[in-house]
Ligand binder design. Structure first.
Ligand SMILES: [Fe+2]
Length: 258
């Protein structure tokens, strides 16, 4: 069964996700940046905190863990390689490990690039993608090479089903898609999705979740194997080799300064 995923906006542009089975009240919280906000959401909904998952150690994803655990001591999971840096982490996970929490099954994928121990979680049709995959973008390479991030995205995330719902941890969609269209100027699907994101944000609605199918069609970071994308990147960054990893590295470098 697919989980119900609810969004708690925190800070300027972060999202914390609360997963439950439809009709049930055992909640798994992913990336609680702000404990107070998450606690009031849980009590408003009548949910019981079952467990906490962290995608990576950055402050805006983990700052609420300790205050949540003060109120309801639960297991705090992250990838084993990130454990020493996630406050309150109690259980390190292996790549490909599957755990059952609140009646839901979560599969762990270790996807280095943004941080060395970044994990994403697959639960039914939901992908909790943290700061690895955004709508129209991907995370900055703080602790990884372009090749590592490329492998994480192309070998681990792209093979998931097209209908996968992507719950990215930041509302960066308009800026990301504006950047993508600065490269893929002829991509009509991308223009339509940018317009759609603007309309959602005007009403203060999240653009998340997106679908993997849409990202394959519109997220330039996932399209570096397309010859037309390579040519568009080479027009902006002359001398970029045809190799998809090199194209990806050039896209990431351009986005860093966009
Ligand atoms: Fe981060």
């Amino acid at each position: 069964m697919n989980p119900k995923v609810e969004i708690v906006p925190v800070f300027d542009d972060n999202y914390t996700f609360v997963l439950t089975l439809p009709g049930q009240n055992r909640a798994v919280v992913v990336d609680p940046g702000d404990g107070e906000k998450v606690l009031s959401f849980l009590s408003e909904k009548g949910y019981e905190l079952e467990a906490i998952l962290a995608t990576h150690h950055h402050f805006d994803h983990v700052a609420g863990i300790e205050s949540l655990c003060d109120k309801a001591p639960v297991e705090v999971y992250c990838f084993k390689g990130e454990m020493s840096r996630v406050p309150g982490a109690s259980r390190g996970l292996e790549d490909e490990e599957e755990i059952e929490l609140g009646g839901m099954r979560f599969k762990v994928l270790h996807v280095p690039g943004h941080t060395s121990g970044h994990a994403v979680y697959v639960c039914g049709d939901a992908l909790l993608s943290g700061d690895t995959l955004f709508l129209g973008g991907c995370g900055r390479l703080f602790e990884g090479s372009p090749e590592q991030m490329y492998r994480s995205l192309y070998d681990r995330i792209l093979p998931l089903p097209d209908e996968t719902r992507i719950f990215a941890a930041h509302e960066y969609t308009i800026h990301n898609r504006s950047f993508c269209i600065s490269i893929e100027t002829e991509n009509a699907a991308l223009q339509a999705r940018l317009d759609e994101a603007k309309a959602l944000r005007e009403k203060n609605h999240p653009t998340v979740p997106g679908s993997l199918k849409t990202e394959k069609e519109t997220n330039t970071f996932l399209r570096c194997r397309e010859p037309a994308v390579a040519r568009a990147v080479q027009a902006k960054a002359p001398g970029t080799p045809d190799d998809p990893v090199a194209v990806f590295a050039a896209v990431r470098a351009m986005r860093d300064v966009y």
